[in-house]
Write a protein that binds this ligand. Structure first.
Ligand code: HEC
Length: 245
């Protein structure tokens, strides 16, 4: 049996090695307690993403409460697709139309940060580059042949791909995508754009687990309680054993 496994592994190994090296993800620092960053992220999500993407596991009202957004402000500025605060955050686009236009339906993003990790969302939003062969004229470093148009192009500008020529074991030379050069024609500096996508990533990290900030706070109380309880138990033990020794 073991021999057979080795054989299979030996046969499959060259195939594995032939798969292009993936570009490593960029790390993002987010802070679930930074309410202002979350508010900016929510605003930017509603303006730039909610036309196509839903947050179907989150209600407007819950978001407003967690992010300390007054209801009138919520209704006026953030509820672009519905009227009632108790509604779930759904995109305006009917799924059938989305499939017709993009080939795939834009995924729901409520849980994306848990599913793919926040570094992935951040990298994905920074990974678009010009590619004339694609329908929308862009491709993505982290999601090859992406079906999403680059809706933030006016902010970041459009990056250009950087290729490196590599020669594999059998002597074939090919071009491998290794990175991008900074975008041109955007309205933001690279630092501003980083901050912009950090806020959206922070917000999507919040939607993936709205209770997280509260859970952490509760955790601190639990630890304090346990510490206090330990002292009391220790004193009690000393008291009990006082007469035995
Ligand atoms: C015009 C419609 C449209 C808008 C606006 C849009 N997206 Fe998308 N998005 C898509 C489509 C279509 C896909 C599916 C891409 C695919 O599977 O290739 C997608 C996929 C994604 C994915 C998942 C990528 C993956 O690996 O599957 C993320 C994350 C994402 N979008 C984030 C965003 C964010 C954040 C915004 C706002 C800044 C945004 N999108 C705005 C259409 C859109």
């Amino acid at each position: 049996m073991l021999k057979r496994l080795w054989l299979i592994a030996a046969v499959l190994l060259p195939f594995g090695a032939a798969v292009a090296q993936e570009v490593p993800l960029q790390h993002v620092r987010t802070n679930i307690n930074d309410i202002q960053s979350l508010q900016r992220g929510a605003r930017d999500f509603m303006n730039y993403c909610s036309g196509c993407h839903s947050l179907r596991y989150l209600r407007y009202e819950r978001m407003a409460k967690d992010l300390q957004i007054p209801l009138p402000l919520l209704k006026k500025n953030l509820m672009l697709t519905s009227k009632k605060p108790l509604d779930h955050i759904l995109s305006a686009m009917p799924p059938a139309d989305a499939v017709k236009w993009f080939g795939v339906a834009p995924p729901d993003l409520t849980l994306m940060a848990r599913y793919m990790g926040k570094d992935y969302i951040y990298s994905f939003l920074k990974g678009f580059y010009a590619d004339k062969s694609r329908l929308w004229g862009v491709n993505n470093l982290y999601k090859p042949n992406v079906a999403m148009p680059f809706v933030l192009a006016t902010l970041q500008g459009v990056q250009k791909p950087v290729y490196k020529s590599v020669t594999d074991a059998s002597g074939h030379t090919r071009m491998e995508l290794v990175g991008v050069t900074p975008g041109t024609g955007g309205s933001m500096t690279p630092a501003q754009y980083d901050e912009f996508v950090t806020d959206i990533t922070n917000f999507l990290n919040y939607t993936a687990e709205p209770i997280k900030a509260e859970r952490r706070k509760l955790g601190v109380y639990v630890m304090l309680f346990l510490a206090l309880f330990f002292v009391l138990t220790y004193l009690l033990k000393k008291e009990y054993w006082k007469d035995v020794h």
